[in-house]
Design a protein around this ligand. Structure first.
Ligand code: ITT
Length: 212
């Protein structure tokens, strides 16, 4: 059991780290970031589903560190784009050169706004989805992982609103609150988001999974 007290959060995305650090405290374990494991390089995410990629990331980090690992694979599904960018959300604009000083997140948003130009309000529906997987060292079969998911319905804005969060947050409108994900506090976003929903499911299922 000793090794289960330290858990590695398998992500290089600092936006995810900021959102997950606090809720994962409820697991009663010490959550470590990948910064403490420089030997973990880039992991090739070649799965075709969020669950595949979450398991690939968590298993790779569990193998290298010898510790239980939790990974998140997430993305944005836009109905007018037949579900794109989906599992390719982080790499959506890899076919476009960055403008001077532009981040990859900003370039992704620029491409999305351009692709959605002219789509009427009624056709701008979208959802963020998140699958989280926890994997213990040595137990790499898919059915031995703990896998949970969450989704968040919204609408794609024609221009950016707000500066909080990361990724596509400035163009994702929560219709109930009438504000974008980037106009929310971290607590507000976690209360409604795909990642908040998934992490709460993970925390609920964790004790039985560890005991199993
Ligand atoms: P890791 O694989 O290291 O975790 P990543 O950013 O590559 O980091 P993913 O492959 O899961 O992670 O890609 C998720 C992308 O989906 C992310 O880069 C954002 O572009 C988008 N995304 C996911 N959750 C989001 C959120 O809460 N707000 C805004 N964009 C989000």
């Amino acid at each position: 059991m000793t090794q289960l007290r330290r858990v590695v959060l398998a992500t290089h995305n600092q936006g995810k780290v900021r959102e997950l650090a606090e809720p994962l405290k409820a697991l009663g374990v010490e959550v470590l970031g990948l910064g403490e494991f420089p030997e973990v390089g880039d992991i090739i995410e070649d799965g075709t589903t969020f669950a595949d990629n979450a398991c690939i990331k968590a298993a790779a980090v569990a193998r290298i560190t010898g510790l239980t690992s939790i990974a998140d694979d997430s993305g944005l599904e836009v109905d007018a784009l037949n579900g794109r960018p989906g599992v390719y959300s982080a790499r959506y604009s890899d076919d476009m050169p960055l403008l001077e000083g532009e981040t990859r997140d900003a370039c992704n948003i620029r491409k999305l706004i351009a692709e959605m130009a002219g789509v009427p309000d009624s056709g701008r529906t979208a959802r963020f989805v998140c699958t989280m997987a926890a994997v213990r060292p040595g137990l790499y079969a898919r059915e031995q992982a703990l896998i949970v998911s969450g989704a968040w319905e919204g609408r794609i804005l024609a221009e950016c609103r707000g500066t909080n969060g990361f990724g596509y947050d400035p163009v994702f409108l929560d219709e109930e609150l009438g504000i974008s994900a980037a106009e929310m506090t971290r607590e507000q976003k976690m209360g409604r988001s795909h990642r908040g929903c998934a992490v709460r499911a993970l925390v609920r299922a964790w004790p039985a999974w560890l005991a199993g």
